[in-house]
Design a protein around this ligand. Structure first.
Ligand code: ADP
Length: 538
């Protein structure tokens, strides 16, 4: 027997049209650079995204051609998220925190024909423009200033489009977006998403677990829309019909908390750096903000420490720890407890929630080390390998597949982890950050989490540094909280109870700041270079 279902393509066009019909009264609020709030409804967004699609088609954008966006999280960016792909184009979110040379490389590599830029980002864009020469540049004037000479206005572009034009019939395999990995080593690589991948990722993300987005939610993506599709939240929120709050350029803790409070946000998402700052603000001024009782946050991009998850619980905010990568659209796993875990003691439950969790539906996951596929015993470490319908099978125009994919077609994530008998994955390192002491692996992540559990410590990075006897030994680089004091001996005592002696860092250095990548992760390569002589005989 053969299936008798229709062959209906999974494309973002469906979500856009649904937003304009069944969900048209839902609100989208954007905080503008001047801090006032712009409000409109899904119905308005739908009409404008359709006008954008029509205008881009009239401007000659061909199927599969890229349009760059250099924008904060705001309503024109949301329009671009739908208007560009629904015109058959590819939305290329440019990470403006990268070095201008990298931005230029990426824009040229993707062949961006047009670029849409926020007016407040024009000074940055000016540095890139001579290197990329896009055919046309459209400026979204959100700051209230007129569009400067030499640029076209985004609003004028929209005015050339007609919201009632037919949208092209797309294939679900068509490209809808492209993101470049931030590439702490080597050239950035382009990951090209298909409509099908994005639709399936959206549906999986919205399920009751992990994120459970619904019409009753007010969703605030703090994670930038230029980073890994803002974890798919712009699509997820629209698919669910949630209210949407876009924070614009003001991302300091007090500004975000003010917005959370004023807009009654129930779901926010961002990297641990953001949440650490917010937690410290909440701790410093308990009672200043009255947050929505249902507020929950998705934290990922790097490890959420157990201390942070506990800290937010004290303020009534539930943290959902998730793991993923640009190559995975990006969601791969989330630490959602099983019902049977309710009976576990509190410490064990927190330990589970601080893991990276169980693979999402449609994400196949395995661990592999030199001996082959690793058992799920919670102890043996191996590299995480994945495959699934929203996982990249190649990079854009990069010729060789390189060693990023195994011969049998799994993506090598570069993360090293254990998986326990409940299927909970726990990242112990990135392959390039592993500390190999006397031939044995030490997990920098475990040590960092434990250090960040010390009351005086704001942040900690543990790195491998060369050692005469053991090849490599761990060194802890620590940032203290404001006004707090401690020393290496005290931190060593703090760790001693939880780790084998040979795991303990050989030395502790105190710094004001840990260098970061453009997406807010510790730049361990810079730390390793800075401290490479630290443990060698002088
Ligand atoms: P890049 O690798 O370019 O920084 P990504 O944002 O795609 O860009 O980063 C993916 C990587 O981030 C993962 O491979 C993993 O190392 C790390 N990561 C993401 N989420 C988590 C998490 N919850 N815990 C620990 N590491 C994480």
């Amino acid at each position: 027997m053969r299936a008798t279902m229709m062959d209906y393509p999974l494309t973002l066009t469906h979500y856009l049209e649904r937003a304009g019909t069944l969900l048209s009264d839902r609100e989208i609020a954007t905080r503008l650079p001047g801090r006032s709030i712009h409000r409109y409804r899904y119905g308005d967004c739908h009409r404008r995204a359709r006008r954008l699609a029509s205008a881009l088609a009239k401007a000659g954008l061909g199927r599969g051609e890229a349009v760059g966006t250099m924008m904060w999280n705001n309503y024109p960016h949301l329009e671009a998220y739908f208007g560009i792909p629904c015109a058959g184009g590819v939305v290329h979110t440019l990470n403006f925190r990268l070095h201008p040379n990298d931005i230029a490389y990426i824009a040229n590599h993707a062949g961006d024909r047009f670029v849409i830029v926020d007016d407040v980002l024009l000074p940055l864009f000016e540095k890139v423009r001579p290197e990329i020469a896009p055919e046309r540049v459209f400026v979204a004037a959100l700051s209230g200033e007129p569009v400067p000479q030499g640029y076209e206005s985004y609003e004028d572009l929209l005015a050339t489009g007609d919201a009632d034009d037919d949208l092209p019939a797309l294939d679900e395999g068509d490209a809808c977006g492209v993101c470049y990995t931030s590439g702490t080593t080597g050239q950035p690589k382009g990951v090209v998403y298909s409509h099908r991948a994005m639709v399936l990722h959206t549906m999986a993300m919205c399920m009751a677990e992990p994120f459970g987005l619904s019409q009753r939610d007010t969703v605030m993506p703090v994670v930038p829309m230029f980073h890994a599709n803002a974890w798919g939240l712009p699509y997820g929120a629209v698919a669910a019909g949630a209210r949407i709050v876009l924070p614009g350029p003001h991302l300091d803790p007090a500004s975000l908390l003010d917005l959370c409070e004023a807009e009654r946000v129930t779901f926010a998402a961002g990297v641990p750096t953001i949440w650490n700052g917010i937690l410290q603000a909440l701790d410093a001024e308990p009672g200043r903000w009255s947050l929505h009782p249902a507020l929950r946050t998705a934290v990922g991009g790097s490890a959420a420490s157990e201390a942070m998850i506990r800290g937010f619980d004290r303020h009534g905010v539930r943290t959902i720890h998730a793991w993923g990568m640009t190559e995975m659209t990006p969601l791969g796993s989330a630490a959602v407890l099983k019902p049977s875990m309710d009976a576990l003691d509190e410490d064990t439950r927190y330990a589970y929630r601080a893991r990276q969790g169980r693979a999402m539906p449609f994400v196949d996951m395995r661990l592999v080390n030199d001996a082959g596929v690793v058992p799920w015993d919670g102890e043996t470490m191996g590299e995480v390998q994945v495959r699934g319908p929203w996982i990249a099978g190649a990079y854009h125009d990069s010729g060789e597949l390189g060693d990023k994919w195994t011969e049998d077609g799994w993506l090598r994530t570069g993360d090293v982890a254990t998986i326990d008998d409940e299927g909970f994955m726990k990242i112990t390192d990135r392959t390039k950050d592993l500390i190999k002491s006397g031939g044995e692996w030490i997990s920098s992540v475990d040590l960092e989490n434990a250090l960040m559990g010390h009351p005086a410590v704001s942040e900690a990075a543990v790195i491998a540094v060369p050692h005469a006897k053991w090849d490599e030994r761990p060194l802890a680089v620590v940032v203290l909280k404001e006004g707090e004091h401690t020393d290496g001996d005290a931190l060593r005592d703090h760790l001693a109870g939880g780790f084998a002696k040979w795991w303990l860092p050989d030395d502790y250095v105190f710094v004001d700041e840990i260098p970061r990548t453009s997406t807010g992760k510790f730049l361990k390569s810079a730390l390793r270079a800075r401290y490479e002589d630290r443990l060698l005989p002088r």
